[in-house]
Design a protein around this ligand. Structure first.
Ligand SMILES: [Zn+2]
Length: 316
């Protein structure tokens, strides 16, 4: 059975594992990422670990796939830049890692990797065309067409979170205004919750935030469940922005399924049932066009590792 290495680079740690061709994870490793540390130093340790693992277990590893948070040039194998990893500037990761390990290396951005993992081994496995949306600090997006990543020129496309849903709206980290990310990320939901709390000192949101210890993405949903009117408005507004974003993806790609992951997706059915209703009511040609399933991620935190492993597993 084929074995490859999948590596999921994050802002605080790098997780990796040997992955079998059936998607089963064998041996894991985790290394912390430090903001000031050069990627070469970090990858010296990681490559050593990989080589050591291969020698100890006699794995015939066929290649390495790496998912990276930031702008990459997938064709040239370069990390152009990464907001959370400031020292990663024009780093030729493919050249570096393949020289150290003598293995072929492929890269993509982290959201694309997660989407590819779900498409092959997660909730998207029975579909050929999916869109994956991650609702975390930002909004990550991945587009899979015929089981392959669609990521545009140099691998810099499919930035679904930076589609504008409110012209002239909230400022976004990318420098524009009104992006989906500014409203539908956990950060966006927290901003909406805080705005509502400031305007409504009598809302249950205050009490729930106090019990919760802080205002996070759960507070609005918790207060809504207790019948708070202001919280209901916050949740409805959240569903509207996220729903409009997903509708745009439905209308542009008409995927068989949209898979949603990330912190906000932990709301489970409470979120998914509302989204399904919104999409059913507003989808272009919803009576004649095929339905788009809205599904939670199946691989969860492993989608990044498994998805990165899918790069060498399913390369042309
Ligand atoms: Zn943006």
């Amino acid at each position: 059975m084929k074995i490859v290495i999948g590596i999921d680079v994050g802002g605080t740690s790098i997780k990796g594992a040997a992955v079998m061709e059936n998607g089963v994870i064998l041996d894991r490793f985790v290394f912390p990422t430090k903001k000031e540390e050069k990627p070469e130093v970090l990858f010296d340790t990681i490559c050593e670990k990989i080589v050591e693992q291969m020698n100890a277990k006699h794995y015939e590893v066929e290649g390495i796939g790496i998912g990276i948070p930031g702008l990459i040039n997938s064709k040239e194998g370069i990390v152009t830049s990464s907001v959370n990893l400031p020292t990663w500037k024009n780093f030729n990761i493919v050249e570096y890692v393949s020289r150290k390990t003598k293995l072929p290396v492929l890269i993509t951005n982290d959201a694309n990797a997660a989407a590819l993992g779900e498409a092959h081994f997660g909730s998207g496995k029975k579909y050929n065309n999916i869109v994956m949306v991650t609702l975390g600090t930002g909004v990550g997006g991945g587009v899979i067409i015929d089981k392959k990543i669609y990521d545009g020129n140099e691998g810099k496309g499919a930035e679904l979170g930076h589609m504008v849903v409110q012209v002239g709206g909230r400022e976004c980290g990318c420098g524009r205004r009104g992006c989906l990310e500014a409203y539908a990320s956990a950060t966006g939901l927290i901003a909406s919750t805080i705005e509502a709390m400031e305007k409504n000192p009598d809302s249950k949101l205050h009490e729930i935030a106090k019990e919760n210890g802080k205002v996070d993405a759960k507070v609005a949903f918790l207060a809504e469940a207790k019948g708070d009117k202001v919280a209901k408005e916050v949740v409805e507004q959240y569903i509207t922005y996220l729903g409009e974003g997903l509708l745009n993806f439905c209308n542009i790609f008409r995927p068989e399924a949209i898979i949603i992951s990330g912190g906000v997706a932990n709301e489970g059915e409470n979120l998914f049932s509302k989204l399904r209703k919104y999409l059913k009511d507003n989808n272009y040609g919803y009576k004649e066009a095929p339905k788009v399933e809205i599904l939670p991620s199946e691989l969860g935190y492993d989608s990044g590792i498994i998805g990165a492993a899918c790069l060498p597993l399913f390369k042309e």
